[in-house]
Ligand binder design. Structure first.
Ligand SMILES: Cc1ncc(COP(=O)(O)O)c(C=O)c1O
Length: 414
């Protein structure tokens, strides 16, 4: 049964407000999403009843906190279909997860002559950590190009084949869904090709985890990273999935309490995953909030959420493409597109667009979206991005388009 998306807004208290005298139309979901009442209540319940440190305590509150934290790990294991909970490490978000792999795996493993492959559409979070570790180890970073003057052609898969054929590729790091283009990359195919060439894969799932069913085993990836705050969970909690064989041999990124089995003055031994990668007091409350968010999303149904967002993005694409002087990035009309539309108006800066839209109560994002090299390649200083989530409706698309028409009129673009 298709869920009734028109009422889901009521589950999100923050959406019940006016901005600039207009009901808030929140279209900045690729940056961060709002939290349903169920998540806010789970956080409040934890702090009101169970707040305590985990793992090392033998009193009632500590045991409850530990149970809640580990239950969140079990829930996450199911959410992405990892084969066991030792493959699920809690981090502060996608950025921390990628850095953990770059430093924990890459720094020990990579050497001069080795190649790491990224894509030209990577968020800085899945590019800069690879630049750093390549500088540290002498490995080389290469990029799969994007095709088309508006990147409408997606990744150049023939160029990817050539990169793999050239040899020495040790890891392919790519985004599942582009936060700037709305492109949905063929993750399973990219992983299968990497595997056939003897390379590992690191998937940036920041824009996919809360928007569609993710099955890391079916995808065939070695690492998958995502952030709670982009999928209705609190800020400051994220996940690194890593295949057990890799996690068992990977070095810790940070040292401290909780990740050791024994410590001597001369040196220490590590616990296995996941503790090995969770030094210090973990983010217990937000892991519990993440659990609540996963339950909430699955009560609506992730495939339905993804379809709903893509439908809104298609509506927005069609209406916006009628506007004068507009350039829309990413997949063309009728092509599969995730729930966002990124565009630029000739002669009007994205920051002006976003500021004007805010006066209409429409929250958008303007800038390079942490994709500076891609923007440079496309010859754009910035774009305006509208990104949708489950609580958005076709009326929000209408508000977006009306606001854009007002802006164009103001700037005299006819
Ligand atoms: C595709 C992609 N990767 C990585 C990130 C970084 O996520 P976080 O800031 O939560 O670590 C983002 C955030 O915008 C993103 O869109």
């Amino acid at each position: 049964m298709t869920p009734d998306f028109s009422n889901l807004r009521l589950d999100f208290p923050v959406l019940d407000q006016h901005v600039g005298g207009h009901p808030l139309v929140y279209l900045d979901n690729a940056a961060t999403t709002h939290k349903p009442r169920a998540v806010i209540d789970a956080l409040a319940r934890f702090y009101e009843r169970d707040n305590s440190n985990v793992h090392r305590g033998l009193h009632a509150l500590s045991m409850r906190a530990t149970d809640g934290y580990e239950a969140a790990r079990e829930r996450t294991t199911k959410f992405i279909n990892a084969s066991e909970s030792a493959e699920v490490v809690f981090t502060s978000g996608t950025t921390a997860s990628v850095n953990l792999v770059a430093q924990g795996w890459g720094r020990d493993t990579l050497k001069p002559g080795d190649v790491v492959v990224c894509t030209e559409m990577e968020h800085h979070s899945n590019m800069v950590p690879w630049q750093i570790v390549c500088q540290q180890t002498g490995a080389t970073l290469r990029y799969i190009p994007v095709l088309g003057e508006n990147a409408e052609g997606g990744l150049d898969m023939a160029a990817y084949d050539e990169l793999l054929l050239a040899g020495n590729v040790k890891l392919v790091a790519f985004t599942h869904i582009s936060n700037t283009l709305g492109t949905i990359n063929p993750a399973t195919e990219i992983c299968a090709k990497a595997k056939a060439a003897g390379a590992l894969t690191m998937v940036d799932g920041a824009q996919s985890a809360g928007h569609e069913n993710v099955d890391v085993q079916a995808m065939g990836c070695d690492f998958y990273a995502f952030s709670g705050h982009k999928m209705a969970a609190p800020t400051g909690i994220g996940v690194l999935y890593g295949r057990r064989e890799l996690m068992d041999v990977m070095s810790p990124w940070q040292g401290g309490g909780g990740m050791i089995s024994t410590v001597e003055y001369e040196g220490s031994k590590w616990k296995p995953s996941p503790e090995r990668f969770e030094a210090g007091t973990p983010n217990v409350a937000d892991a519990i909030g993440l659990h609540a968010a996963m339950d909430y999303l699955d009560s609506v149904g992730r495939p339905a959420i993804g379809r709903h967002e893509s439908e809104l993005a298609a509506l927005a694409y069609d209406a916006l493409s009628e506007l004068p002087g507009i350039r829309i990035l990413g997949p063309g009309k009728g092509q599969p597109r995730a729930g966002l539309v990124s565009f630029a108006f000739e002669g009007v800066h994205a920051h002006d667009v976003v500021t004007f839209a805010d006066q209409d109560g429409v929250a958008l994002r303007g800038g390079h979206h942490c994709n500076q090299p891609l923007m440079r390649k496309l010859g754009l200083p910035s774009t305006t991005r509208a990104s949708f989530y489950l609580y958005n409706t076709p009326a929000d698309v209408d508000a977006l388009v009306a606001s854009m028409q007002r802006i164009l009129k103001f700037f005299g673009v006819e």
